[in-house]
Design a protein around this ligand. Sequence first.
Ligand SMILES: [Fe+2]
Length: 474
Amino acid sequence: MKTEILGPFLTLDAADSDRMHLAAVFVAPQGVTVPAVQVQDVDYPAVRLAQIDESVIYRVRFAVPTDRASAYAWQGTTYDLASDLRGDLRIAFASCNGEEHGDMDREEAERNVMWARLGAQHEAAPFSILLHGGDQIYADEATLGHDLSHHWPKEVPKDPSRADLEDLRQHLRQGFLARYTALMAAPSYAWLCARVPSLAQWDDHDICDGWGSLPRSRTYSPVGQVLFEVAREMALLFQHGCRDGDLPARFHDPEGAHLGWVVAVPGLALVAPDLRSERTRRQIMGPGGWRMMEQIAAQPQPDRLLLLSSVPLLGPRLSLLETLMVLTPRMQKYEDDLRDQWQSRAHRAEWQRMLQLVCTVMQDGRCDVTALSGEIHLATRATMATGRGRALHQLVASGVTHRPPPQKWARFLGALAAFGDSPLPGHPIRIHRIPGQRQRYIAERNALLVTRQSDRWRAEWSMEQSGLTPALPI
Ligand SMILES: [Fe+2]
C-alpha cells in the first residue's frame, strides 16, 4: 500500500495588518492520516477537502505574524518562512510550468532545472512570496483517452448522456490529479513550495489550450462545461488550497464566479485579475472582474502595485500580425492564439480600459504599477509612459519549465517591436532590452526575481543559459 504523503504545498490565503494567513495542501493515499501542522507548539489539524480515486486532498490553515521571520513544523521538519513583510522583500515569479505534449514523460531533473535554481536562490536569500503567473499545469492531454473528449476541441459530441458526462468528469479529474501530483512529487518544486507561500492566477493551459478564445460551440458544449468545472475544482484544490464555499478572503468574489484576488501587505498590493473564467471570444473579463479592478482603482494606493496579468498587458503591435493571419486560412490556429492577447483587435476597448485604470492608479504620483506576465515562453520587458515622466513597467518571464520557441521567432517579435503601439493616445508603448541582453526577446527558460530594498524596487531575470541578469530598477 502507498503511504507517502505529498506536500506541504503552501499558499497565501490572505494578509491583514499583522498576520499572513496560510494554507498547507497535502495529498495522502486513502486510509493514511495527515498529521497536524505545528506553529509554536500549537497543533493545526488537517481538514479533508476532496477525494479522487484513492487520493485524498487535505488542507491545514494557520497564520504567522508579518513583523518577524517565523516557521512551522510538520512531521518532524521545521520550515522557515521569510514572513517579515515590513522592509526589504524578495518575491519570485514563474509561469508556464509545463508543456503541451508529453510533459509527464520528461526527465525530472532536466524539466525542473529552473525550480532548482529558484531553490538555490531562496537558500541564498529567502523569498517571502512565490507568484505563479499562469499555466501552472498543462492539462491539454487530460482530454485524451475518453470518447467524449478525445478529439477536443475539434470534434465535440452534441448531446452526450448524463452518465457519459459523469464518466468524463471522473476521467478528467484523474488526468488533472496526475498532473498536479506529479508536480508535488518533483523534489525541487516541492522543496520550494513548502518554504515559500504561493499565490497563483491561472491561464488557459490550467484548463485547456485557448480556453475562452474557442468558439461558443466548444466552450458552452456539455463537454466544454465539464472540462471547465473539473479544471476549476482542481485549481481551487491544488493552486488555492480550497473548494467552493470556503474560498480564502483574498478572492474578490466569495462565490468564485471569477477567481480574481488582491493581497495587501505593508507598502505593496498584489492584484491578480482572472482573465479566463469570464473570457469569451469577445471579452477578456466580465462584470465581476471589472468590478474588482474599478474598486482597486478607487481605493487609496500603496507605494507599489504588482499587477499579475497572465497574458502580457504591454507588447508589440500584434494587431498587424492578426490582420495578416485573417487573410491566410492556414494561419487560423495562430489567429486564435492572438485572440488570447490583450492586443487582439477584438479586445482593443478592454485593453484601453485596463491601461486607463493603471494610469488612474498612478495619477496621484505616489503609486508605481508593475505588470508581471508569462505566457509567451520568452523573457522580455516593455514600458508605457503614464505621464509626468513616469512609466508602467511590464516584465515578462516565461516559461519556468516550458522550453523556448525557436530563436527565429524571438527575432521576428523583436523586429515587430519596432512598430510601436499607443492604444491610449499620448501613452506610447516601447519594448526594451533586458539589462545585459542584446535582443528584445530572450529564448531561454527563465523566472523573475522582484525585490524591494530600502524602498527601491528592482527586477532580475534568472535565465537558464545566461544566468542572473543585472538588476533593473522599476
Ligand atoms: Fe504557457
